[in-house]
Design a protein around this ligand. Structure first.
Ligand SMILES: Cc1cc2nc3c(=O)[nH]c(=O)nc-3n(C[C@H](O)[C@H](O)[C@H](O)COP(=O)(O)OP(=O)(O)OC[C@H]3O[C@@H](n4cnc5c(N)ncnc54)[C@H](O)[C@@H]3O)c2cc1C
Length: 522
């Protein structure tokens, strides 16, 4: 006879063993529940390296700003083990990335991140109001075809980023760590990971088959991964207006001012962001009072009367911030083991608020490319395959980039008569409404990212301007101005298109990488 006591113990032990085995097996089978780098060890040399290479992350992301945080959640959700290293995990307080275009909101929805604009007092944005010489016109986003929730969103950038960071960090396979990445680790031309300084000052090294650098507009790490041709055409001077009502509620406001545009949009239910563009390489000094003088004497007289008092009160309050407006075409050196994203990779003038939309759209493209790959370890093959990323991103990125650069130049005041005519023609063209405003606004909002449509509208504005000059009676002087208007318009848009890549922009199907299929070994 078997002792029932012994039988009970045996059954219990077998059941326990079986439960442990099935738990372990389930963990390995489900990508959502991969281990949180549990076998990562810190060696005496201060290297944070897995005892077993399989325990390393699949992807290291440098920077958890708009691009890095959204990417971490996206790749984490797809089952990748993601190690994010962010210099400062506290809530950012900045004057950038506060208006997300509706096209960017649609990308947030595609990434499952739309709830990150909830609970941060974000405001819906339905379009723009344009002001010039006392006249104004409303340009609504063409949102009729979309769900009622789809619109632009404006908010405090830091609140939005914190929501995305929290969401990314809530995934068990995403590790969000505070640390400053100091360099990329390269072995025989392949990026193997990063060196970084942890929060407590330790010098560490982390390894992964793919490192994605999202360290923003001041990137220190992009040098070896691209050819950075950074231009700074102007600065934005930022102020917050409190408890004031904009002439058009829930709209961005663009004043075609002199010397350059002034923007207003709500960033919460009680605050309005004002960004004053100051062209050139330097801004008036804040500390010696030059800035206050400039804002009160040059800018304030151009502000709509409804918000004049709040503007002056904001200047008096003194919380004035500045940021360089940088632009940099994407010009990557495809490097095995590494990729650039966000502002580290590509920047455009922030006049049209397109940076976050481009970053989120790029993340959607990258996610779709990486999805069929279960193993990222063959760096050279992966690098070749990911070259198609640079072409597939072009419709959205190049449309938004080109529009931002061209519109900024057209919107700046100029003593040149041909440029003045172009600026006025642009305002009047957009004021015509219907197709004339819908087309350009849907390009700007990221809802219709078609480069050809952009070029057609741009030259339609120029021809509209020339037509007005020549009608009803063309004089030699007016013909001359018209000719300069067309050549000036070409001189604005053609260099931007050239920098974007004519072939990738207009004939993407002829770029060999366009056809690249996932590596067969995967
Ligand atoms: C004045 C201004 C206004 C703008 N307004 C808008 C707007 O209204 N709408 C819009 O769509 N876009 C706007 N933009 C552009 C937008 O802000 C950027 O496109 C967007 O923030 C890019 O996201 P990112 O993740 O690349 O960079 P960021 O959001 O700047 O994130 C970079 C992150 O990397 C971290 N980091 C940097 N170096 C390191 C390192 N060595 N190690 C670890 N972490 C590091 C930083 O701390 C930061 O968190 C504006 C830009 C400017 C300059």
């Amino acid at each position: 006879m078997v002792d029932p006591y012994v039988l009970g113990w045996t059954l219990c032990s077998l059941l326990t063993l079986f439960s442990l085995y099935s738990l372990a097996f389930r963990r390995r089978a489900s990508p959502e529940k991969r281990t949180d780098f549990s076998d990562t060890v810190t060696t005496t040399a201060g290297q944070c390296r897995s005892g077993n290479r399989k325990g390393d992350a699949d992807v290291i992301i440098v920077g958890a700003g708009v691009a890095g945080a959204a990417l971490a959640h996206t790749l984490g959700k797809d089952g990748r083990r993601v190690h994010v290293i962010e210099r400062d995990l506290s809530e950012p307080d900045r004057i950038v990335g506060e208006l997300l275009q509706p096209g960017g909101y649609l990308k947030l929805v595609e990434l499952g991140l739309e709830d990150c604009v909830d609970k941060i007092d974000a405001q819906q944005v339905f379009g723009y109001a344009l002001f010039k010489d006392g006249k104004h016109t409303r340009l609504s986003y063409p949102l009729e075809k979309f769900h009622s929730d789809v619109s632009g969103r404006s908010f405090h950038n830091g609140r939005f980023i914190q929501r995305m960071r929290e969401k990314a960090a809530s995934l068990p396979n995403v590790r969000l760590e505070q640390g400053t990445v100091t360099s990329l680790v390269e072995e025989k031309g392949v990026i193997k990971g990063v060196q970084y300084r942890s929060k407590d000052g330790q010098e560490l090294t982390a390894y992964a088959p793919l490192t994605i650098v999202c360290d923003g507009c001041f990137s220190n790490l992009r040098r070896s991964l691209c050819n950075p041709k950074v231009e700074v055409p102007s600065y934005f001077v930022g102020l917050v207006l409190e408890n004031c009502e904009l002439p058009y509620a829930n709209h961005g406001h663009v004043i075609l001012g002199d010397p350059s545009p002034i923007l207003f949009y709500p960033i919460s239910s009680t605050e309005v962001r004002c960004l004053v563009d100051v062209p050139g390489q330097k801004v008036p000094s804040i500390s010696n009072g030059e800035m206050e003088k400039y804002l009160k004497s040059t800018v304030a007289p151009q502000i709509p009367p409804e918000i004049y008092d709040s503007f002056v009160a904001a200047v008096d309050k003194g919380n004035i911030r500045t940021m360089p407006n940088r632009s940099m075409p994407a010009d990557p050196h495809p490097t095995p083991g590494a990729l650039l994203m966000g502002d580290a990779f590509n920047m455009r003038h922030p006049l049209t608020g397109g940076g976050m939309t481009v970053a989120l759209s790029d993340i959607v493209v990258l996610r779709n490319l990486l999805k069929p790959l279960s193993d990222l370890n063959d760096a050279p093959t992966l690098c070749k395959y990911l070259e198609s990323f640079y072409t597939l991103r072009k419709p959205v990125a190049s449309t938004i980039n080109t529009l931002a650069g061209a519109l900024y130049k057209v919107f700046c005041a100029s003593p040149d008569q041909a440029r003045k005519e172009m600026r006025q023609a642009c305002f009047d063209y957009l004021s015509l409404g219907g197709l004339f405003s819908e087309g350009p606004v849907s390009l700007l909002s990221g809802l219709n990212p078609r480069p050809l449509s952009l070029v057609l509208h741009f030259f339609a504005v120029a021809i509209f301007g020339v037509g007005r000059l020549l009608l009803p009676f063309p004089s030699p002087k007016r013909i001359w101005i018209g000719a300069r208007l067309i050549s000036g318009a070409s001189a604005i848009i053609l260099p931007i298109i050239k920098a974007e890549g004519i072939r990738q922009m207009f004939f993407p199907a002829t770029v060999p990488a366009y056809y690249r299929t996932p590596p067969v070994s995967q």
